[in-house]
Ligand binder design. Structure first.
Ligand code: CDP
Ligand code: MG
Length: 806
């Protein structure tokens, strides 16, 4: 039967639970939930479908038979025209002359650490040396080389195949999610770290692999560090396995202390011409039209955050009043104060200065993220000299074909400008760069241990990053490193970046530890090169416990946890998917999880914010949910494609990717869910079911908006729905959200307004207090008052649902 719940606004203040003035009326359809419960019961009785998850994902490649090779084969390979053509280029690389030493170190030691300047040929050459060494000796070779990013796995495999005069898949291939080119003859596989970890779930000893090459270890990525723990253990079980760590030239002592009997090979030789190193104060006064440098007073915001992208500086005013040297001081002051904004106008001035200088040479501009890259490119295109430039963007989501263009030389008389993320720091080398423009910032996840909130922040980088960027200049002739910060700022920078394991939330990692049967996560992760802090681990395990994914101290996965670990998304999203099936909104949730696991498809072109927000409102169909808007966007795009995307401000590329992620998720979900009932045909019923599942799955990510566009979370943190959200102007309501991002404020992204009903039905650990005609439920800091009649029904339903949800 339908029930009326009353949710008192003021009861959200602890201790004032009796005040029912201004009560919110919440309507919900109890029969609908009961029907859903029936579906759960039916689904849980359905027979299992047998099919190996590993097969479906093509992770068995190590166990495929490999062909024996000998010196004859090698000779034939080396005679291929493509091989011969590429050889002179390879012979110029410093790594090339170290082939013998590297191969003998790898033969004689279980672990070899190879240090060499970026661009010296580690990534592309070393796997080839090892392959050829084995072939020459008639020994088997099945080498897996991990890359920290998808884009490098693909581009490196492509390059190496070309250098061997082959097509992809012959002896060299890549494997990333969705794609691989592996054939029966493949011996060298470039893959992401994530893929190798997935392989280890079913092939713990990496049977079939002869060499594991771990590239870019100096980056100290979360998954790379985790992989190293596993490899260190594995080396005890498999004495014949060879591990090769490759690093840019940084302090190797951490790795040397970590692996017993590790041998280090340094590749000598500079890959660079001399580089002029400049700070802001060294070139500021040479910038063009300094006097007329009227600031762009209007602070523009990025399409993805409200954060200002440009610092408004009244240069002229400062110079006139204070004189030129004071201008420098002023710049120093502003730049030292602001870490999270980059003066884009300054960047453009430097480009102009270089271009007016008249010397040839490409320009590489580092930017923290896609939004800034796009902004810089848009602004560059508006300049008078834009016609002389060939401008490229370089970031991790670039399609492969577009990425290849970056390596091509610009047409005669034109200058190449590449605007890149951190990707260009070590992973991808653009050869003809002479000038590097470096704002000194990078965007990293930043984990606030007080609030346990992770945020994407733009921060000052470390000196080590700076040196890497410097090295990207002067690869073909002497270069210049323009630092857009002052020497004072440089002195204040850290030497190295904190390893990712020390600045990330660890839920996924802990679940991975549990599901690989590696013991108590807190203990196992103590074996890492830089063990994470106990508090963060406890928080992660607690979250997993709350999801019902692990038991004990996190060492035991529950049946639910085992299912969650198989789905390649954050455990929270995985749980949403599992719950959505019995509630008959699975297809919808698939879209939601695919976009949350990647990024929302909405774009917001500069100056079109109003129209974009309106389009999003339209897509939400009055559901007060960014997530429902996402689903409608996807469904509209499936039919209307490009035209629809244009009309509703959606990114085609993101849509394509979400579409593929959906397929991929569907494949892996089939292993754990055997029968998925069709979604409710009725839109309203579907949206309701979806909200119920979101409430159950995203708990405790709840907020109460007490005023227009502002509120507090269940943990009492002040928050605001993001201005781009369909709920930006909501007030006096409850919402669930997936993520908070801290920039200038704490923004709720992806929020959904919910009634109190699903909360009262699904939230774990409600305590109840009877008061006169009402029952007051306490949920952490919140109090919710309910009619006595309704409370009974509610508790019955809660018990029924609990048995399915967990
Ligand atoms: O790994 P490391 O930084 O030591 O060097 P690498 O990535 O093996 O690159 C060696 C050389 O190959 C560089 O000079 C690159 O420019 C070149 N290369 C290329 O031309 N195209 C690629 N897709 C990859 C590398
Ligand atoms: Mg490399």
């Amino acid at each position: 039967q339908d029930a009326q719940l009353r949710l008192s606004k003021s009861t959200f203040k602890v201790g004032e639970a009796d005040d029912f003035e201004d009560a919110l009326h919440v309507h919900f359809d109890a029969s609908h939930l009961a029907a859903a419960a029936g579906v759960v019961a039916a689904a849980s009785r359905a027979p299992r479908r047998q099919r190996s998850a590993q097969d479906a994902q093509g992770l068995d490649f190590l166990r495929r038979p490999s062909m024996a090779m000998g010196p004859e084969d090698l000779r034939r390979e080396q005679e291929r025209p493509g091989y011969v053509k590429m050889l002179p280029m390879r012979q110029h690389l410093p790594a090339f002359h170290m082939a013998k030493e590297i191969c003998s170190s790898v033969r004689d030691n279980q672990v070899t650490l190879i240090l060499g300047a970026t661009g010296c040929g580690k990534t592309t050459q070393i796997p080839q040396f090892l392959l050829e060494d084995c072939t020459l000796r008639g020994e088997p070779c099945r080498l897996v080389a991990t890359q920290p990013r998808r884009i490098s796995a693909v581009s490196v495999a492509d390059r190496v195949a070309t250098e061997r005069g082959q097509t992809l898949g012959e002896s060299v291939a890549f494997k990333i999610r969705f794609e691989d080119e592996i054939t029966e003859t493949t011996q060298v596989i470039f893959c992401t770290v994530g893929i190798l970890l997935k392989v280890m779930q079913s092939n713990q000893y990496l049977e079939g692999a002869t060499h594991i090459v771990v590239d870019e270890v100096h980056e100290r990525g979360l998954h790379t560090d985790f992989l190293l723990i596993l490899l260190r253990r594995l080396l005890k079980e498999r004495p014949e396995l060879r591990v090769v760590l490759m690093s840019a030239t940084v302090d190797p002592s951490a790795f040397q202390a970590y692996f017993e009997g590790i041998n280090t090979v340094s590749i000598p030789g500079k890959t660079n011409y001399p580089i002029e190193e400049l700070f802001l104060e060294d070139f500021l006064l040479q910038l063009p039209e300094l006097g007329g440098w009227r600031s762009n007073r209007q602070i523009r915001s990025s399409p993805f955050s409200q954060k200002p992208l440009a610092v408004p500086l009244d240069w002229e005013g400062v110079a006139a009043v204070l004189g030129e040297s004071a201008l420098v001081e002023e710049v120093v002051r502003v730049h030292n104060e602001m870490a999270d904004v980059i003066d884009l106008e300054l960047v453009l001035r430097v480009v102009k200065m270089i271009h007016q200088g008249g010397e040839e040479g490409g320009i590489l501009i580092f930017m923290p993220g896609w939004a800034e890259i796009k902004e810089i490119i848009d602004r560059l295109k508006g300049r008078s000299f834009a016609g002389d430039l060939v401008i490229h963007a370089l970031h991790s989501r670039l399609p492969t074909w577009e990425q290849k263009q970056i390596f091509q030389s610009p047409p005669e008389g034109q200058r190449k400008v590449v605007v890149a993320t951190v990707l260009a720091e070590t992973s991808i080398t653009v050869e003809d760069v002479v000038y590097v423009i470096d704002p000194g910032r990078s965007r990293t996840t930043f984990f606030n241990e007080q609030t346990m909130i992770s945020a994407l922040r733009t921060v000052w980088y470390s000196k080590a990053n700076g040196f890497q960027r410097r090295g990207r200049a002067g690869r073909c002739r002497p270069g210049v490193w323009y630092r857009l910060y002052t020497s004072m700022q440089w002195d204040a920078m850290e030497e190295y970046e904190l390893p990712e394991m020390l600045r990330s939330p660890l839920e996924e990692l802990c679940l991975e530890v549990a599901s690989l049967g590696l013991g108590v996560p807190e203990e196992f992760l103590q074996e890492a090169i830089s063990p994470p802090r106990a508090e963060v681990l406890q928080h992660a395990v607690e979250l997993l416990q709350r999801l019902g994914a692990v038991e004990g101290r996190g060492e035991t996965v529950t049946p639910l946890g085992a299912k969650l670990a198989k789905l390649q998304v954050h455990p929270m999203l995985a749980k949403l998917l599992l719950l959505a099936a019995p509630f008959r909104c699975f297809d919808m949730m698939l879209t939601i999880c695919a976009s949350l696991g990647y990024k929302p498809p909405f774009i917001c072109p500069m100056g079109m914010e109003k129209a974009a927000n309106k389009a999003r409102q339209e897509l939400s169909e009055g559901s007060s949910s960014d997530l429902v808007a996402m689903v409608n966007a996807y469904e509209g795009w499936k039919v209307g494609r490009d035209a629809f995307a244009r009309q509703y401000f959606l990114s085609k590329e993101t849509m394509e990717y979400i579409h593929r992620l959906r397929e991929d998720l569907l494949l892996s979900i089939r292993e754990v869910l055997h029968e998925v009932p069709e979604d409710h045909a009725d839109h309203q019923a579907r949206a309701n079911a979806c909200k119920a599942v979101l409430t159950a799955g995203l708990y405790p990510n709840l907020a109460w908006l007490h005023g227009k566009g502002r509120g507090k979370t269940l943990q009492n943190l002040p928050v605001k729905p993001h201005p781009g959200s369909v709920n930006a102007a909501e007030s006096h309501c409850l919402m669930v959200f997936y993520e908070i991002q801290e920039t200038t404020d704490r923004w709720l992204y992806d929020s959904t307004v919910i009634g109190a009903a699903p909360l009262l039905l699904f939230a774990p650990a409600l305590t109840e207090v009877h008061r006169k005609q009402r029952v007051v439920f306490e949920l952490e800091r919140w109090h919710m008052a309910v009619d006595v009649r309704v409370a009974d029904e509610l508790l019955k339903l809660r018990r029924l649902l609990a048995s399915f949800v967990n």
